[in-house]
Design a protein around this ligand. Sequence first.
Ligand SMILES: CSC[C@H]1O[C@H](OP(=O)(O)O)[C@H](O)[C@@H]1O
Ligand SMILES: Nc1ncnc2[nH]cnc12
Length: 296
Amino acid sequence: MTATTPKDTMIAVIGGSGIYDIDGLEDAQWVGVDTPWGAPSDQILTGRFDGVKMAFLPRHGRGHVHSPTEVPYRANIDALKRLGATDVISVSACGSFREAYAPGDFVVVDQFIDRTFAREKSFFGTGCVAHVSVAHPTCPRLSDACETAAKAAGITVHRGGTYLCMEGPQFSTLAESKMYREAWGCDVIGMTNMPEAKLAREAELCYASVAMVTDYDSWHPDHGAVDISDIIQTLQGNSDKGRAMVKGLPTLLGATREDCPHGCDKALEYAIMTAPDKRDPALLAKLDTVAGRVLG
Ligand SMILES: CSC[C@H]1O[C@H](OP(=O)(O)O)[C@H](O)[C@@H]1O
Ligand SMILES: Nc1ncnc2[nH]cnc12
């Protein structure tokens, strides 16, 4: 076995709808980060919790400015990595396709179906082509920590599930809702975890997703069509629980970490296809942080 050098953990939380800040950080500071992919959704809150470095980014910006389609996913992931993030945890609102996944419950999702079509999905392209595996798009080690922290905070949490990522911003039709649930076997639905999870993998960051159920989408005969006012009512309670879960993560993950046993932080090892002499210097410059480990 190859020995690895421990490095500082930095837990980066991407807060979804209803979560625009986190409290209790020591040395808390909102910092602006420029990236070659443009500006991230907002400034990033940095600090420490229980001696562990943390960063928090509101996905839609404070005040909920960006729609799911318009969230600058590439800039967000690049900015977090640029700050030193090692572990990214998405905390998102979602609809449920399972009777047993009730509003207020959390689901630590482990699979995605990506139905988005109007977003930039990769850091790579002409001049530097790369193909990473996303067969297992979430990090089991990080997901374990989320599950444990959620349970410790008294939250009903379900481990594993498939998250259907739709383009939005409109919710699904009844026919779509039934198809995702009955034919495709999805467990929850949201509008943001893709391409975020794919980009985190390209950036060699561990990624876990905690989906907080706000509604039964539109399939449930007893609940009718999903309605934003119902979602907003459930969001407040979910957000408080999400923040409680996040506070349990630093002691579980520790101030330093080894290489990821699942290889998330080596995802680019053999992924780049473009011959060195055919690579575009301008794109390579943009990839300095995301792919610096392999591009040198
Ligand atoms: C507020 S309802 C729809 C909205 O909420 C979710 O956002 P996020 O994933 O950032 O928590 C969902 O994906 C939609 O963007
Ligand atoms: N039913 C739903 N569909 C898509 N995104 C959601 N976010 C919260 N509930 C949702």
